[in-house]
Ligand binder design. Structure first.
Ligand SMILES: [Fe+2]
Ligand SMILES: [Fe+2]
Length: 173
């Protein structure tokens, strides 16, 4: 792992640094998703997390391929945002005392991660285009589409579960 002290004086260096940071982010997501599958109660939500775990493993592989092409190795730069998002999500889930409330908390946490990924990959795709790395831009675009799809699916599931979460306390009473 490298720390953010590299001398970044060109767009190519920034591109590489951010690819390394996203690799760290995706690795952290790969660690977090199995715990989220475990905590989820709703079957469709469990399934959605499970398919996105498989996609996330692909995201790791794609970044490793791009980095190997570009730098010859798969070094990472620790993504601090992801560890903060995971800690916050864990706090939300820990305090949820109702299955539906816990499921919507899981979705809220997961969607923050998807939006972070979409924003980060959007910048990376643009850097790749400017640097003439057309094939890499297409690979990153494929990942962005999968993040977007995961986000939309979570919105649909959340729309279905939210009314149950709203009545959580009433049901328990
Ligand atoms: Fe991803
Ligand atoms: Fe994702």
């Amino acid at each position: 792992m490298k720390f953010f002290s590299a001398n970044i004086d060109s767009l190519r260096k920034l591109y590489i640094n951010q690819l390394q940071m996203m690799l760290s982010a995706e690795q952290q997501i790969t660690d977090a998703l199995p715990k989220m599958i475990d905590k989820a109660t709703d079957t469709q939500l469990k399934q959605a997390f499970h398919s996105h775990l498989q996609e996330t493993e692909q995201h790791v592989t794609r970044l490793e391929q791009i980095l190997r092409q570009t730098t010859g190795d798969t070094d990472t730069v620790r993504c601090k945002v992801l560890s903060a998002l995971v800690t916050e999500a864990e706090d939300m889930i820990k305090d949820a005392k109702d299955d539906s409330v816990r499921d919507v908390a899981l979705i809220a946490g997961a969607q923050r991660v998807e939006h972070y990924e979409i924003a980060s990959y959007g910048a990376l795709r643009q850097f790749a285009r400017i640097l003439g790395e057309t094939a890499q831009a297409q690979t990153l675009d494929q990942t962005i589409k999968e993040e977007g799809h995961a986000d939309h699916l979570l919105t649909e599931i959340s729309d279905r579960i939210n009314p149950y979460a709203e009545k959580g306390a009433e049901r328990a009473a």
